[in-house]
Design a protein around this ligand. Structure first.
Ligand code: CP
Ligand code: NVA
Length: 303
């Protein structure tokens, strides 16, 4: 059974296929060409955490392809605590055609996938955010014509979003550098996975944001405190303060450099208004791309 848990499990060809299909679906959407490619299909979204982009882009995406969706708060269906993951999978597999999960622990999506006869899509876990990664690389491709040979400087936490973008970049020949405080870089498990499944070198990590953005075509950032890490917020605010993406940092990057953020942004923390709303920002183009990449993922898994 084909799942979509981590970009690291996709070949470069598969990732390229998703990007090409996303661009095709974006064009078809702009031209209002109707599609019934997933007519009669039902996708359930089971979310343990809040969401705007992931939830709404999946729900709109499946509707636009002729299917339908169900939104099920994780607590309500008892994911992981009311019955075993295996019993959960064996039951819901008979009602719907695919599941999108947003979970605290990556083991929940992995455990469900192991027991599931329908595709499981990771809509964000503590380890990765592959749906975001596809939209991010698509945005880089749109901005520069091709992503190959470009440099992405991720300034912030070595978190789920950073890991997925690093892998997407690695698979497609994009240089990726992470600028983060000491102790907030990529963990050993990620580096080992990366070494075994991506042909490029493990992404470079630096502790100086200026050094990272000097040659960057793209500066990417995300919140300093991810969902589930709220207890660390005060400490993180202190540690990450020198890593804010602001006009001064942007001025150290090449003039053509663009800025990405997966959103939601904590304006005034990891990024300033002047940057999010300024001419270098491609943040809302990136958010819009979630719709098209979600549809490509659904078709790839279900058609
Ligand atoms: N970027 C992203 O996944 O946004 P949501 O948390 O709103 O889904
Ligand atoms: N790293 C963030 C991303 C939100 C889309 C989080 O996990 O909360």
């Amino acid at each position: 059974m084909k799942h979509f848990l981590n970009l690291i499990d996709l070949s470069a060809e598969e990732l390229n296929h998703l990007l090409t299909e996303s661009a095709r679906l974006k064009e078809a959407h702009a031209r209002r060409i109707p599609s019934h490619s997933l007519s009669g299909r039902v996708v359930a979204l089971i979310f343990e955490k809040p969401s705007l982009r992931t939830r709404v882009s999946f729900e709109s995406g499946i509707a636009q392809l002729g299917g339908t969706s169900l939104y099920l708060p994780g607590n309500e269906v008892g994911l992981g605590w009311r019955e075993s993951l295996s019993d959960f999978a064996r039951t819901i597999n008979q009602y719907v055609d695919a599941l999108v999960l947003r979970v605290y622990r990556h083991e929940t999506v992995a455990g469900l996938a192991a027991a599931s006869t329908i595709p499981i899509i990771n809509g964000l876990s503590d380890r990765s955010h592959p749906c975001q990664g596809v939209a991010d690389v698509l945005t880089v491709r749109e901005l520069f014509g091709t992503e190959t040979g470009r440099t992405v400087a991720f300034v912030g936490d070595g978190n789920n979003v950073a890991r997925s973008m690093a892998v997407g970049c690695g698979k497609l020949g994009v240089r990726f550098v992470l600028a983060c405080p000491v102790g907030y870089g990529f963990d050993d498990q990620f580096k080992a996975d990366y070494r075994s499944k991506v042909s490029q070198d493990v992404p470079k990590e630096v502790n100086d944001p200026l050094a990272a953005v000097k040659d960057a075509d793209v500066i990417y950032t995300d919140v300093w405190t991810s969902m589930g890490q709220e207890a660390e917020r005060e400490e993180r605010l202190k540690r990450f303060a020198p890593f804010q993406v602001n006009a001064q940092l942007l001025s150290k990057a090449p003039p053509h450099c663009k800025v990405l953020h997966c959103l939601p942004a904590h304006r005034g923390e990891e990024i300033t208004d002047e940057v999010v709303d300024g001419p270098a920002s491609a943040v809302f183009q990136q958010a819009g791309n979630r719709l098209h990449t979600q549809k490509a993922v659904l078709e790839w898994l279900l058609k």
